[in-house]
Design a protein around this ligand. Sequence first.
Ligand code: NAI
Ligand code: ENO
Length: 369
Amino acid sequence: MIQYNKILIVGCGLIGGSLALAFRSHGVVKEIVGVDLDTEGLNKALSLGVIDAAYSRVEETVSDVDLIILAVPVQQTIRQLEILSKLPIKKGCIITDVSSTKSDICKYARTHMPKDISFVGGHPMAGSEKSGITAASPRLFENAAYILTPDPDCDPAAVDKVRKTFEQIRAHVLVMDPVQHDQIVAAVSHVPHVVAALLVDQVADLGQANPLYSRLAAGGFRDVTRIASGSPVMWRDIILTNREPVLYLLKDWIKRIEDIVNWINEADPKEIESFFARTRDWRDALPAKAKGAATHYYEFTIDVEDKPGIIGNVATILGQHEINLRNIGILENREEVNGQLLLSFSSFRDQEEAMRLLLGHGYKVYVRE
Ligand SMILES: NC(=O)C1=CN([C@@H]2O[C@H](COP(=O)(O)OP(=O)(O)OC[C@H]3O[C@@H](n4cnc5c(N)ncnc54)[C@H](O)[C@@H]3O)[C@@H](O)[C@H]2O)C=CC1
Ligand SMILES: O=C(O)C(=O)Cc1ccc(O)cc1
C-alpha cells in the first residue's frame, strides 16, 4: 500500500479536488496542501476539508512534498513545470499532471526539467462538463482508465509508484506513448467536443430569430451536446495543444459530411440506412459503462443553508444511525432540480432511512427521477 506524507495539488478544481478526496478515502496520504489562483475555490476546498492547507503559489509550500499533482489547464501545466524546474524540490519527489493532452507537456518536461526530478505524465479518462471544487467527487476515478505517459528515461520506480497510487484509488492504469495518446483522445474526446459545440452553435444562431428552437431543444439534443457545457479555457488549451490530430480528423469529417450530403441529396435509402445501421451496431457493442462516480442508484437532494458545517451536520445525523453515505455533492446547476445537496446511497433501504431521518430533522427532501 502506498502512503505519502504530503501531497501538493496545484489546481483544486474538479479533477484536483476529486483526486484529493479519492486519496483521502483510500489512505494514499497523510496531508494534502493545495494551490490555486482562485481564492474563493481554494477557501471552499479548505472549508470542505478537501485540503489541509491552502497557498496561492507553489513557492510557498513545495519544499517538503512527496508528490505534486498539476491539475490546471494544459498551458498552465507547462507554466507550472517551468516554475517547478527552478525551485528546491525534495529529493525523490515525483511530479505528475492530469492534462488532457500529453505530447507538448511531456516534451517540455523531457527537455526542461532537471534530470533528478521524476515527471510522469498522466490523464484520467474521467470527468464531466462541470468545473470547480463543488463538482469534485471521491469516486470519480473508480473503474476509469487512467493513462500514464512516462518518458522512456524516467526512473521505473517512480512510474511504478505513480501506477500504484492511481490503482489504489481504483483506476485502471494504462501506460502509453504521448503521441499515440493524443491521436486517440483527439478522436474520442476532442473532436466530439468540437462537434457538440458546433451543434449548439447552429441551434443558437437559429434560435436568435425564433425562441422555439431553444424551447424544443430537448432529449437527444441535450444528450449529444452535454459536453459543450465544459470550461472554455480548458477546451481552448486542449485544442491548441493537439492541433495536428484534431485538424486531421476534422478534415476527415468534411469528407464524411460530403458523403452524407450526397446520399440525402440523391435520396439514397440504401446508403442512409446502412450508415445508421453500422454506426448503431458499433455504438451498441461498446463495453457497458463501468459502475463509477456517475452512477448513483439511490439518491435524493435536500435544501440546505449555505453556511459552514452543514455537510458535517448531515453526515453526522446519518453516521449516528449507521447509514452508509456513498457520496455527497453540492449541486451548482439547479436546472430542473430542487435542493442543493445531493446524497447518494448504496441501497434503497439506506436511502429511505436517510430520507426519514433528515425529514425528521427539518430538512426539505426531494427525490430525483
Ligand atoms: N474536466 C474534465 O472532465 C477533465 C479535465 N482534465 C484535465 O484536468 C485539468 C483541470 O481540469 P478541471 O479540474 O476540469 O478544471 P477546473 O476548472 O475545475 O479546475 C482547474 C483549477 O485550476 C486553477 N488554476 C488555473 N490556472 C492556475 C494556475 N496558474 N495556478 C494555480 N491554479 C490555477 C483554477 O482556478 C481551477 O480551480 C485540465 O488540464 C484538463 O484538461 C482531465 C480529465 C477530465
Ligand atoms: O464529460 C465527459 O463525459 C468527459 O468526457 C469529460 C472529460 C473531459 C476531458 C478529458 O480529458 C477527459 C474526460
